[in-house]
Ligand binder design. Structure first.
Ligand SMILES: NC(=O)c1ccc[n+]([C@@H]2O[C@H](COP(=O)([O-])OP(=O)(O)OC[C@H]3O[C@@H](n4cnc5c(N)ncnc54)[C@H](O)[C@@H]3O)[C@@H](O)[C@H]2O)c1
Length: 254
């Protein structure tokens, strides 16, 4: 019997992470739920196990390099292999989401370091292992707002905005993806990104309408709408796709 491959998903207990976890576990992978929210992670792992799949919750803080090394070591001890790392977490820190002119030097700096640096450190530590076994896959979750300039007009008449730090973080993650895909050439390691469009989460009607007018059919997506792309990038079907960004946004960026 072929060995079951293990997928580690960070930010796994959040909105998108929960859908990713259900999809990955139900497609026969061993799943490591890597998040700093113990209650939601343990509940999700218990639910997935009760559905008859393999899931283990590893509570870690992505801003601590020792926790990241422990995450890799624990995943290997628990399941015997790690096939893929899905960098999905997001840390809202340093006054996240303020208007451009209200973002201070320290807010900007804190948000960038809290979000770009863990993606780098997780990728570096996991790819050291991937190099040693000559196999591995990294999938970074970026955003349409790392790909295009904001459509500020869709936020008119709402309290929402598109934060400047988010644009900087997500575009950095996209370029980190290309950098690593090239740096890790020759080790049978693939590094790709998924850039989701907006995800439904109780946003105001005026915003949903303005957003939807920029799309082809559905408008804002549900987290489950991203899972097919994740499963494809995890699978052998995508074995010759490397260093790419898959935009899943119902045509929002067109
Ligand atoms: N929701 C959207 O509309 C949307 C759109 C495009 C891209 N994305 C991206 O998708 C990813 C997931 O988004 P989401 O909406 O599910 O976010 P979310 O806030 O629901 O989930 C983020 C998860 O990260 C975990 N986390 C936070 N700090 C952590 C830390 N220090 N260590 C470990 N875990 C930590 C949280 O506990 C949470 O479970 C993010 O990278 C986000 O930028 C989201």
């Amino acid at each position: 019997m072929p060995i079951k491959k293990t997928v580690v998903i960070t930010g796994a207990a959040g909105l998108i992470g929960t859908s990713f976890c259900n999809a990955v576990a139900s497609h026969g992978y061993n799943l490591v739920i890597a998040d700093n929210n113990e209650e939601r992670s343990e509940a999700l792992a218990a639910k997935i196990r009760s559905d008859g799949h393999q899931a283990y919750a590893c509570i870690f803080d992505a801003t601590r390099p020792n926790d990241i090394q422990k995450l890799l070591d624990t995943s290997l001890t628990r399941f015997g292999n790690v096939h893929a790392l899905v960098n999905n977490l997001y840390i809202r820190s340093g006054n996240y989401g303020a208007d451009f002119f209200d973002v201070t030097y320290n807010d900007f700096s804190q948000n960038l370091s809290d979000n770009v640096t863990p993606y780098f450190e997780l990728s570096k530590i996991f790819s050291r292992h991937f190099c040693s076994v000559n196999s591995g896959t990294i999938i970074n979750i970026a955003s349409v707002y790392g790909c295009i300039a904001p459509k500020f007009e869709i936020y008119d008449n709402t309290k929402m905005t598109m934060p400047v730090e988010y644009a900087a973080i997500k575009s950095a993650i996209l370029h980190l993806t290309r950098y690593m895909a090239k740096r890790l050439k020759g080790y049978n390691i693939r590094v790709n990104a998924i850039s989701p469009g907006g995800i439904l989460d109780d946003q105001p009607e005026t915003f949903l309408k303005a957003y939807g007018d920029n799309c082809s059919s559905k408008g804002m997506l549900s987290p489950d709408d991203l899972c097919g792309t994740l499963l494809f990038l995890l699978s052998e079907e995508s074995r010759y796709i490397n260093g790419q960004n898959m935009i899943v946004d119902d045509g929002f960026t067109l």
